[in-house]
Design a protein around this ligand. Structure first.
Ligand code: ZN
Length: 116
C-alpha cells in the first residue's frame, strides 16, 4: 500500500514538472524578487543610526520638505511622519517621495529639546 502511495506521489510530481515545462515556460518563470534600489550613500539623516538633530517636532516636516530628492534634486512631498524606536531611542521617521520621479525615501530626526 505504501509503495503504491509513493509511486502515485512520484507520478504526480512528474506530471506537475511536465505541466510547468510545457505550460508555464517563460510566462511565469521565477517569482520576482523586490529589486534593491541602486545604492544611495548612507548620508547622515537617512539612517536611524545617524539622524538629523532638530530642536522641535514642529520643524521636522518643514525640514524634510526642504531636502531635495537624492536622485534628481527635485523637491519632495511628505507622505508619512511617525515615531519609531531604534535601539531604545525614539526618532521621528518621515517618509517622502519625489514630486518628479516618485523616488521614496525615509529620513530620521532626533528631537533635542524634550519639553519644558
Ligand atoms: Zn527625484
Amino acid at each position: 500500500m505504501l509503495k503504491v502511495a509513493i509511486v502515485l506521489f512520484g507520478v504526480a510530481c512528474i506530471v506537475v514538472l511536465l505541466a510547468q515545462l510545457v505550460g508555464g515556460g517563460g510566462g511565469r518563470s521565477k517569482p520576482k524578487k523586490p529589486v534593491p534600489l541602486p545604492d544611495l550613500p548612507d548620508e547622515p539623516g537617512y539612517r536611524a543610526a545617524d539622524p538629523f538633530d532638530v530642536k522641535s517636532v514642529a520643524v521636522v516636516e518643514a525640514r524634510a520638505k526642504r531636502l531635495a530628492c537624492r536622485r534628481c534634486g527635485d523637491s519632495v512631498r511628505v507622505d508619512d511622519h511617525v515615531v519609531e524606536r531604534f535601539e531604545g531611542e525614539l526618532l521621528r521617521v518621515v517618509a517622502t517621495h519625489c514630486k518628479q520621479n516618485g523616488h521614496a525615501d525615509r529620513m530620521f530626526f532626533r528631537i533635542l529639546a524634550t519639553g519644558p
